[in-house]
Design a protein around this ligand. Sequence first.
Ligand code: GMT
Length: 377
Amino acid sequence: MEQIKIGIVCYPTFGGSGVVATELGKALAQEGHKVHFITYSQPTRLDFLNENLYYHEVDFRSYPLFEFQPYELALASKMVSVVKNEKLDLLHVHYAIPHASAAYMAKQILRSQGIYIPVVTTLHGTDITLVGRDPSYEPVVTFSINQSDGVTAVSEDLKRETFDYFKILNDIEVIPNFIDLEKFKKQKKDHFKKAICPNGESLIVHTSNFRKVKRIPDVIHVFANVRREIPAKLLMIGDGPERNHAEKMCRELGICDDIRFLGKLEAVEEVLSVADLFIMPSEKESFGLAALEAMACEVPVISTNTGGLPELNVQGVTGFMSAVGDVEDMTRKSLFVLDPNNLPRFKESALKRAQEFDITKILPLYENYYQKILVKS
Ligand code: GMT
């Protein structure tokens, strides 16, 4: 594809949408496209020097009148200036709120100055399934999706949900999330495994932002049940509102010695390299990027069967799925996967499945989609 100049707008944090946006931008830059990140701080994974990568910080001033900072306005203004000064061909915004509506505003301002910029919006999950559906945002979300020149969703399920809950007039292209198999691969970390599991215990890992939707208590309950049957340890990676409650549960259940909370880690793949099982008991999950990261490191997954998870986790092959909240079923299935007679084939299948989401396979889908939008616009 001919090289283009793309503005990527995202949340710069550890969240899935920010990670996908940053990794996509890095991969596009490696293909020779000029990629301009526009956000309020340096994206967590933008730890990479490439002559095609640029970063523009949205600066917003605090003013005594504002109880809430009007970030969306500052973002729209920044988009206007970057599109004009860097002569961008296309804006790609990740997570609808408030990025899609800020992009709409920027587009209108630029149009009034005779500049046309197409906007692609990628829907990631909670922007549709939780926050976007809230009446305080729904009209703006519907409008800004309909005003986007292109819309993508990270799973078929998210596409379906978007059509079910919003009056969407345009088509939605499903482009699944992807993984960099160069970064996420099983590394030899025997010393680390020995330190965490000195007596050969099974190692279960959970990674998330510890929000309610992740059902952290289910992680702890499944682990407590598994530990009653076999020697096991649990590593909890990430941080968020449910962490204190989770730690309290561990104390109440008397299992603190076997659980470690590692906080937000940059090199998650190092921990995944020594894991035997990944657990994702989420209430809702549009894709489940953290599960894909685990699978790429040869870790089978016990997840719920909600949202886009059945499009990733193959029942009885890469792990198992259970109904949301069915802790007993998740326990049984965890024990089955952890059985040394079964674990090797689950590990092998997890990696095979992850290879289907290799970034080199998914990147051209985005490039072709950009091309289609540019031709149409
Ligand atoms: O999982 C979160 O709460 C973070 C959220 C985000 O937007 O950062 O993740 C969503 O987007 C990820 C990347 O596309 C998906 O892998 C997650 O499944 C999705 N989370 C939910 O749907 C709850």
